[in-house]
Write a protein that binds this ligand. Structure first.
Ligand code: GLY
Length: 352
């Protein structure tokens, strides 16, 4: 098992290893002075792991019950959050209680958002069961719900007390979800670690996941520990995300997963900045080869002007410009403000 301490305002540990669900009761008990836990999970993950999680929590002397939400992006909504607030009120949950997310990115973001806002803030912790949640969503305290105007437009920063990345849960992950998580892993390699990128390009499998997941959490820690509130340095984690969110939106948040959209967004961005000379020649080809190895899409199916149109509504817009992450060479990243008026020129090849 590996332990990474995340150095945000209030530090917390991320544990990466096997059978962490089996010991979550004791782990939660040692960090949390209260004794009441609401386990928030979804209709895919709950049937697999909720009973076992509840029983280990109860064996540790905690009072625990589960609250299921529907699986899928639709659960990251104000109406599902409102349902949760109502449940919490009706069942007498107070600020001394703990919300525990059991699931992937959607459950993590929703639970964090409800924890941050219920009675002006209660503690939460996470058991991340998808690769995407383990390497990204569960770490760093970004919580959010979607609104019809876009993804993650309503949210706040609220750090968890503990994150458990139980590698055993990856074995029940559908292949497409595993690939989606690999897009974020490859992103860390592209922006921060040539070594991780090369490892992904050579092919990683189930036996590598403890090292791969903990490497990603370490890399994310390097960024969030210097810029918890996303005021500067943290922006590099958004490589491929500005265009990716546009693609995700055009697909109605259902045709393309988040990871697939980010994969296409990284290729679009790399290709554009290779043509301007900001990105080393050959980088896009390396990205495409690496992403393809995990069955990830590398060709955006939408006209670029439609993607750009969606991007201008993104929260990464700054005044009349969009903030893009540029990878000068694999393992490094910087940001570049591109005026909205100049966007078409940057992406002209795809427009032809
Ligand atoms: N997912 C990007 C971040 O946490 O900043």
């Amino acid at each position: 098992m590996k332990t990474i301490t995340i150095h945000t305002g209030e530090s917390y540990r991320v544990l990466v290893g096997h059978n962490l669900i089996g010991s979550c009761g004791q782990l939660v008990k040692t960090l949390f002075p209260g004794n009441r836990v609401l386990l928030i999970t979804d209709s895919n993950v709950g049937p697999l792991y909720a009973e076992r999680t509840l029983s280990t929590l109860r064996s540790a002397g905690l009072t625990a019950q589960a609250y299921p939400v529907p699986a899928g992006e639709g659960a990251k909504s104000l109406s599902v959050a409102e349902g949760l607030y109502t449940f919490l009120i009706e069942h007498g949950y107070t600020r001394g209680d703990l919300l525990l997310a059991l699931g992937g990115g959607v459950v993590t973001d929703l639970t964090g958002f409800v924890a941050a806002t219920y009675q002006r803030g209660v503690a939460f912790a996470g058991i991340a069961t998808s690769l995407l949640a383990q390497v990204d969503a569960s770490v760093g305290g970004k919580t959010a719900v979607n609104i019809p105007a876009g993804k993650n437009l309503v949210g706040c920063f609220w750090q968890p007390k503990l994150v458990l990345c139980d590698l055993d849960t990856l074995s029940t992950l559908p292949e497409r979800e595993f690939s989606g998580g690999m897009a974020e892993v490859i992103k860390y390699g592209a922006i921060q670690s040539e070594e991780l990128f090369q490892r992904c390009a050579a092919g990683v499998g189930p036996g590598d996941m403890e090292e791969v997941v903990s490497a990603c959490v370490e890399l994310k820690n390097q960024v969030v520990s210097v810029d918890e509130r996303d005021m500067g340095a943290r922006a590099v984690l958004n490589f491929g995300h500005t265009l990716g969110h546009g693609i995700e939106k055009l697909g109605g948040f259902s045709l393309h997963s988040h990871g697939e959209s980010v994969a296409m967004g990284m290729v679009l961005a790399s290709d554009a900045f290779e043509r301007t000379g900001d990105t080393a020649s050959g980088t896009t080809a390396r990205l495409v080869a690496c992403l393809s190895r995990y069955g990830l899409p590398t060709q955006c199916p939408y006209p670029i002007h439609e993607v750009l149109q969606e991007c201008t509504k993104d929260k990464k817009r700054t005044g009349d410009s969009l903030n893009f992450v540029v990878v000068p060479k694999i393992g490094t990243a910087k940001t570049k403000l591109v005026p909205i008026d100049a966007l078409n020129a940057y992406f002209r090849k795809e427009q032809a």
